[in-house]
Write a protein that binds this ligand. Structure first.
Ligand code: SAH
Length: 291
């Protein structure tokens, strides 16, 4: 799982950095069926981020700026600074977001909006989440974790952007998509970057992917009415799930069809499962089957 080849790909960071985010999330919260809101922490790691922005070369294939009309590495760095100003502190996450060219994962007509903090359509009625939400979820997934990070399962590959980001951090990434057209689009999007530790799968992510289990982390880009038991079963002890879940169902109310969701974190320990409910989010629905 933690092959030396893959660990060579991971960036290294100053050992003294505080990489935690939203530590309050673990403050004895997460009693099942309790809804708790935790605001993201304010920025503090500016110096570290600036050094990331100054020193990091892109690790992916050379960025093609055609269609974007500007130097994409500069706009990407501006996006990363904004993320940091919004409270994203995890340098591993910021580094990945500074590296992966988001404009090459969205349609050419939308490339000039790729570095704005906005969600964008990716076809088949689906959307790529805004960078802030992507960064927040990845920060939660890696919160308080140190390398080696093991294997991550992403539910909802979409255009492949978050999968590419995850592959910058985790040793191995499995990403599963239920819509064939998007699965093929993601394959085409990641191909030029030859990401050795990323495996794209076509299937129903509600079932997880048992062949790859146990997972160090599971992250979902689509929200259902509960965290599927298969994800909990396939999570390693010590692992974490980060996923949107329908708000009403979290409060044991009937679904009201509004698709209002909260971000939920599940931590699995030797003694059981801890659930923490965080801020409101909006994701496309988690659907079963392949379609
Ligand atoms: N992470 C993606 C975001 C994609 S949007 C990106 O970076 O582009 C969420 C995706 O979840 C959609 O493509 C949708 O088709 C997919 N999805 C919804 N339910 C699913 C399921 N049960 N299994 C796999 N994918 C699912």
């Amino acid at each position: 799982m933690n092959s030396p080849k893959n660990s060579l790909r991971k960036p290294t960071f100053p050992a003294t950095l505080d990489l935690s985010l939203g530590r309050g999330a673990a403050n004895g919260l997460g009693v099942p069926n309790t809804v708790t809101r935790i605001l993201p922490k304010k920025p503090a790691a500016t110096a570290a981020v600036n050094s990331v922005l100054k020193t990091l070369p892109t690790k992916t294939a050379p960025v093609q700026t055609s269609g974007l009309g500007l130097d994409s590495s500069k706009v990407r760095a501006t996006m990363v600074r904004k993320l940091e100003a919004q409270g994203i502190q995890d340098v591993r996450v910021l580094t990945a977001m500074n590296t992966v060219p988001r404009h090459q994962y969205v349609d050419t007509a939308l490339a000039n909006q790729a570095y704005e903090d906005t969600s964008l359509p990716i076809g088949w009625g689906q959307t790529i989440s805004k960078p802030n939400v992507v960064a927040r979820m990845m920060s939660l997934l890696f919160e308080n974790k140190t390398a080696p990070y093991g294997r991550v399962l992403e539910i909802g590959t979409g255009c492949g952007y978050q999968a590419a980001l995850l592959s910058q951090m985790a040793n191995e990434v499995y990403s599963i998509e239920r819509i064939r057209g998007l699965y093929e689009k993601a394959q085409a999007n990641v191909r030029p970057f030859a990401i050795a530790n990323l495996r794209l799968l076509l299937g129903d992510g509600m079932l997880g992917y048992p062949k790859g289990a146990p997972y160090f982390g599971i992250i979902a880009a689509a929200g259902g009415d509960a965290i599927p038991q298969s994800w909990i079963d396939q999570l390693a002890v010590g692992g974490r799930i980060v996923a949107p879940v329908e708000n009403n169902r979290l409060q044991n109310k009937p679904s009201n069809g509004t698709n209002e969701q909260s971000l939920v974190v599940i931590d699995k320990s030797a003694t059981g499962i801890k659930r923490t409910v965080l801020e409101l989010v909006q994701f496309v629905p988690l659907k079963s089957g392949i379609g």
